[in-house]
Design a protein around this ligand. Structure first.
Ligand SMILES: [Zn+2]
Ligand SMILES: [Zn+2]
Length: 117
């Protein structure tokens, strides 16, 4: 992983010297910072809410402070979505029962047929 500011790639530290590259978290992203960029990077790096350290690492869904072990969730940007309200569509009234006028018409027709027979 190169330095997030200048893109320099980390080289193996000289024997006897530890790497002076630093890990940090900038805007919720895990980054690596080369020694030259560290003074400038300090302004960018997220700080621990508990101790102010920039010695943070990003885990799966949390940012953890390596100094005091405080963890926090990455910025809760979006509030919970309002649940969609599903409205039942207006069902036209099926209005059971036969039409009375039609029923009477049918009755008269039946009577005519019967009377004629
Ligand atoms: Zn750099
Ligand atoms: Zn801390």
């Amino acid at each position: 992983m190169p330095c997030y500011r200048c893109g320099t790639r980390q080289v193996d530290p000289e024997p006897g010297k530890g790497s002076s590259w630093r890990r940090g978290v900038v805007r919720e992203h895990q980054v690596l910072v080369c020694p030259d960029c560290q003074p400038a990077a300090l302004a960018d790096m997220d700080r621990c809410a508990g101790c102010g350290s920039t010695h943070l690492i990003r885990r799966l869904d949390q940012v953890e402070c390596l100094d005091c072990r405080l963890t926090r969730d990455p910025g809760a940007v979006n509030g919970p979505d309002a649940p969609d309200t599903i409205e039942a569509p207006d069902v036209p009234d099926a209005g059971g029962g036969p039409d009375p006028a039609l029923a009477a018409e049918v009755a008269r027709a039946v009577a005519r047929v019967l009377g004629r027979a």
